[in-house]
Design a binder for this molecule. Structure first.
Ligand SMILES: *Cc1c(COP(=O)(O)O)cnc(C)c1O
Length: 448
């Protein structure tokens, strides 16, 4: 441990350094005196309306969006067989229903990054076209596919830094609109993700460093170029709002599935977290829609609990997980981040219920169990949230949360949504390796 961590509460550092699964409860939940809200429901509605204006253009650009008329959305699936599977190994019975928000199958980008990443590229395209007098905000957005507009876009480069999936999302969308695109990939990024981008004509810059370093490199490359636009995963409100739209869509899906969310029917949502934008945006949206009737938890690898560290120390010491003796040594490439977004952390302060960590071996086990029980394929990062319900029911902290929030009498009416965040494009041979590892772990673990 470095001297930096001497300032932080010793117990948090020790807790995280143990590399064991934990549930941390946010002590500032519902403390609404904290700050003026940075963003509001109106911002989410604006984002949704912007996406609707772009839908006809997206339908033209991506044949896979024909059926949804240009709307990029995933299904809400009830997964009773997976619940049975989870309950076999859970000490306490997980009460309520289990659902999966299937972002692993989001078209175009293949992960939850389709929401934020694509939205931000569209915002930039809109801004640029308006500035050059080529687009009228109340007009037809398919005009952005015209030669004159594409010529304008081709002068600009969209840059982003990524552990893989954000690069895919930004790269694919930028290339489809005619922008040049450049993705700075951190050391975790899988080869197949880089190959997929290169095939679309996207420039891939490989870094031997971790994600925070790749972000710095991308940011400074963009600063030198007046024709560059940098998507800043650590600070972008556009990304955040793109993610938040999921809440409005989920609200409709819950209504269609006759799922009640009210005082007597609490909703629990568990989402994998990397830098924080995706789960943060979704959580922000859900709290706007459902208020105190929704309880949102993030999931992080035991080797990269960057948001837990940031929030537990209130970002005071600018710590990275290396400072508490961890190494970001995880197969969950989408979550392999050493330092979380402080912007997101601040917004989460009064609304996030807690954060739990999960060991890598369990990711593979969940991946295997999900395929066996529900025949659905996901990537390791996307399996991280499956331990949410058992962390709530089995741990001391989880039980405390239920008790302190007066949820005991209502918990049998609960709905649990596990957000599966990526997997659609994983090549078959890669998936087979994940599955085999899960199979081995599953058969080894008699009790858990
Ligand atoms: C990026 C990613 C996340 C987390 O999103 P952040 O915005 O980095 O917190 C979760 N799951 C997958 C599969 C991802 O690619």
């Amino acid at each position: 441990m470095t001297s930096k961590s001497s300032n932080i509460e010793h117990d948090i550092a020790t807790l995280l350094a143990s590399d064991k699964a934990q549930l941390w409860l946010n002590p500032l939940l519902n403390n609404n005196e904290i700050d003026e809200p940075l963003l509001t429901m109106k911002d989410i509605v604006d984002a949704e309306n912007r996406l609707l204006k772009f839908a006809p253009l997206l339908e033209k650009l991506f044949p896979e969006l024909e059926q949804s008329h240009g709307v990029i959305e995933s299904k809400l699936l009830e997964t009773p067989k997976m619940l049975v599977e989870l309950n076999k190994k859970s000490i306490e019975n997980i009460e309520g229903k289990l659902w999966v928000k299937a972002d692993h199958s989001l078209p175009v980008a293949g992960s939850i990054k389709a929401r934020g990443g694509i939205y931000e590229v569209l915002c930039f395209a809109e801004e640029l076209a308006i500035k050059h007098g080529l687009l009228d905000v109340s007009g037809d957005y398919t005009i952005l596919n015209d030669v004159a507009v594409r010529e304008l876009f081709s002068q600009y480069t969209v840059l982003v830094s990524s552990t893989g999936n954000l690069g895919l999302s930004i790269g694919i969308m930028s290339a489809a609109l005619g922008f040049k695109a450049c993705v700075h990939m951190s050391v975790e990024a899988k080869e197949w993700k880089k190959d997929r981008l290169r095939k679309k004509g996207v420039q891939v810059v490989e870094h031997k460093d971790d994600y925070s370093k790749a972000v710095d490199a991308g940011r400074s490359a963009a600063e030198k170029d007046p024709y560059a636009y940098f998507v800043d995963d650590e600070n972008s409100k556009r990304l955040f709002l793109g993610y938040s739209v999921a809440a409005l869509r989920l609200q409709k899906q819950l209504q269609q599935a006759n799922v009640i969310v009210d005082e007597q029917h609490p909703l629990f949502v568990y989402i994998p977290c990397g830098v924080g934008g995706a789960p943060g945006g979704v959580t922000f949206g859900l709290k706007q829609v459902f208020g105190n009737n929704v309880h949102c938890f993030f999931s992080e690898p035991t080797q990269a609990p960057c948001m837990l560290l940031g929030m537990a120390t209130e970002f005071k010491d600018d710590l990275s997980v290396y400072d508490v003796g961890l190494n970001v040594d995880t197969e969950a490439d989408g979550l392999a981040v050493s330092k979380a977004s402080e912007l997101v952390g601040q917004i989460m302060k009064p609304i996030l219920s807690g954060i739990f960590t999960v060991e890598d071996e369990r990711l593979f086990k969940f991946l295997y169990q999900f395929k066996e029980s529900e025949s659905i394929k996901i990537e390791p990062s996307a399996a991280a949230a499956f331990s949410g319900p058992e962390m709530l029911f089995n741990t001391v902290q989880g039980k405390l949360y239920v008790k302190n929030n007066c949820l005991s009498p209502k918990i049998k009416n609960a709905n649990h949504i596990v957000w599966t965040t990526g997997g659609l494009f994983v090549p078959e041979q890669e998936y087979e390796k994940f599955y085999q590892r899960g199979f081995v772990t599953f058969n080894k673990s008699a009790n858990r």
